[in-house]
Design a protein around this ligand. Structure first.
Ligand code: MRU
Length: 355
């Protein structure tokens, strides 16, 4: 892992000069540092340590991580290469359990490698070449999906311009545009104006550190609030719509997303504010019936005990630190993917999106 020169225009993840480069999201908003991920261990660490985070971005980095892994293998046969890739894929998937985009991307890369490897003319070089093209396709498709989500959400929003969002589901969490923030990117292109309440999103502060930074760069008016202020701004009628991203959506429309999303969903229901979930199809996991089956990542107690640059709780206090919660589908007004808005009953509407 090495620091590389910062680009003129910021990006989340790119394959640049034959290297996988990411912005180090741990350092934002104070520093814009770009890192090259030079081997499989670097890619695993970057995902595990939240240098790159957000479901689609994790998937994209894992896809490029398979290219990095393949390039680093000393193998002499295609069989050895495929076996090595399977091991690398299992390792990457173990970095974080909740966002399904990670296993989705790894499995798509493995499928592409196997398909190329079966060709009579296949060589180690041709399989690696195919992996490279597949990772690029995953990244480009994610950008197109995010843009489409933005267009569909703008339609749903109508005249609503006062948004509340939780965590970061912006460009930092995707290839470009984001999911929950995509309508803002598309809207700004169209000369529209918005106001966004940004939940700070304890304990890791993706809202304060990342969404606030991103919206400032986009030129969208944003107000940072602590998570426990969302009820107050909603009760004052200052929010027309809540938009959040997702890490995994099950067949019945239950939504795993950043811890605290469920609080916001219940508040939105109470105050009759539409609650929109924005996610590409790669976040939908039809193999799981309900949210009860989603594996929820439990993170280190240190994230809760330390904050504001110092220890903020007794070191030996018991801490519960789930990184995600599950919002039952009854709180969800619409799930917006690149295919459009899926409405209740989600079991039917989500399946139709894959048709
Ligand atoms: O722990 P994180 O920062 O990876 O969690 C991110 C979220 O929960 C996002 O809302 C989700 O991945 C959607 S990103 C388009």
């Amino acid at each position: 892992m090495q620091q590389v020169t910062s680009p003129a225009e910021w990006f989340t993840v790119r394959w640049l000069d034959e290297r996988l480069v990411i912005i180090d999201q741990r350092k934002l908003p104070e520093e814009e540092v770009y890192l090259s991920l030079d081997d499989l261990e670097d890619v695993f660490t970057a995902i595990r340590m939240l240098m790159v985070r957000g479901a689609p971005a994790i998937g994209i980095v894992a896809a490029w991580g398979m290219v990095v892994a393949a390039q680093g293998m000393s193998v002499t046969t295609i069989e050895q290469l495929l076996k090595g890739l399977e091991e690398a894929g299992r390792y990457l998937i173990s970095a974080r359990p909740t966002a399904v985009n990670l296993s989705w991307a790894v499995n798509r890369m493995l499928g592409a490698a196997r398909e190329d490897g079966q060709q009579p003319s296949a060589t180690i070089h041709s399989v690696i070449d195919r992996l490279h093209r597949e990772a690029q396709a995953i990244q480009s498709e994610d950008e197109a999906a995010s843009y489409a989500i933005g267009v569909h959400l703008l339609d749903l929003l109508g005249d609503s311009r006062n948004i509340l969002t939780h965590c970061n589901a912006g460009q930092l969490a995707t290839s470009r545009y984001g999911t929950a923030l995509a309508p803002l990117y598309v809207g700004v292109e169209r000369g529209m104006k918005f106001h966004v309440f940004v939940d700070e999103t304890r304990p890791v502060l993706q809202g304060a550190r990342l969404t606030a930074w991103e919206l400032q760069r986009l030129g969208v008016e944003a107000t940072l609030i602590c998570d426990n202020m969302a009820a107050s701004v909603m009760s004052a009628g200052k929010v027309n719509a809540v938009i959040v991203g997702a890490d995994r959506i099950t067949a019945n429309g239950d939504v795993a997303n950043k811890i605290g999303t469920l609080n916001v969903a219940i508040l939105a229901d109470h105050f009759h504010v539409p609650f929109y979930v924005a996610a590409p199809l790669s976040t939908i996991d039809l193999s799981i019936a309900t949210g009860d089956e989603i594996p929820i990542e439990i993170r280190d107690k240190e994230e809760v005990i330390s904050g504001m640059g110092r220890v903020i709780a007794p070191r030996d206090i018991d801490v519960y630190n789930p990184a995600f919660d599950v919002t039952p589908n009854e709180y969800v007004t619409a799930i917006v993917t690149e295919k459009g808005a899926a409405l209740q009953p989600f079991t039917q509407s989500l399946r139709e999106q894959f048709g």
